[in-house]
Design a protein around this ligand. Sequence first.
Ligand code: DNO
Length: 345
Amino acid sequence: MKMTFRWYGPDDPVTLDKIRQIPGMSGVVSAVYEVPAGEVWPEESIERIRAQAAQNGLEFEVVESVPVHEDIKLGAPGRDRLIANYAENIRRLGKAGVKVICYNFMPVFDWLRSELSHPLPDGSNALAYDNQTVQSMDPLKSELSLPGWDESYTHEGLRALLTQYKSIDEERLWDNFAYFLKAIIPVCEQAGVKMAIHPDDPPWGIFGLPRIITGDESYARMAEICPSIYNGITLCTGSLGADPNNDLAALAQKYAERIHFVHARNVKITGERCFEEAPHLSRMGSLNLYEILKALHDAGFDGYIRPDHGRMIWGETGRPGYGLYDRALGAAYINGLWEAISAGR
Ligand code: DNO
């Protein structure tokens, strides 16, 4: 297992010299942020991330994310050029030493919450999701908390995109996903780069848009489309765990050879399709991190892991979910669990 930490580049208030001081940190997870989705990343930009990380004693072996252009998800006429660009990014990243690409196939919105700064009784605050609040929102009015959203959409652009998606149901989205996988997985095999799809967060449809990567059945279907283990998974415990039907330890065991990257965090389910993000510690949320890590360990997991969203604690302000302190506590906790599990205790 290699412990990593997400770094949003030179503008990230959580700097590399701080990340390197977290015990057991092997590398950063990052991306080229200045290039729009669908275009090719300049080799110099990739090299710059590698060199900056290396100067701080950190590796750069995981990219999160190479975004998939909406026209690929829509199966629009221009998709072949965009897929060729994606393939070129895979080759370039492989050449620069990247081993895993985390990506998602969620239409329009990435992860979504109804609250970015939900107060917790201990005085910290966390991300939270309330389904009724979200479903009563209009995505065309800017009343959404969209931490992972591409902010470059204009109002008109978003309206047009949502209209295009009206003809895309889950089956069409699966077809378009299969078309994408069949084109890129052979490239990954050649480049030595494994794809690791991030589950939909939350793992159910929102605003009438289809969402297809939600649990066991999704992974089975995905593996059937492209059996290569280069067609892999990011096991995001918090995203999948928001649905109590997902048994994370069972998924970890069943898909172990395909899990190349783990996002470890806890959620506290507070009602039907409602949750708050909790500290990583098992007893503070609905997920048992010990059992999940034990299942991964026993199945021979040898990939990358990172603590995921943290609360804002000790007065820290910054990018929702991505402050330093609580994620660092998460890393220490995961390292402790892993050490004990590896020692057979
Ligand atoms: C949120 C992240 C996601 C993830 C993408 C992967 O905190 O886990 O935004 O990076 O879905 O493509």
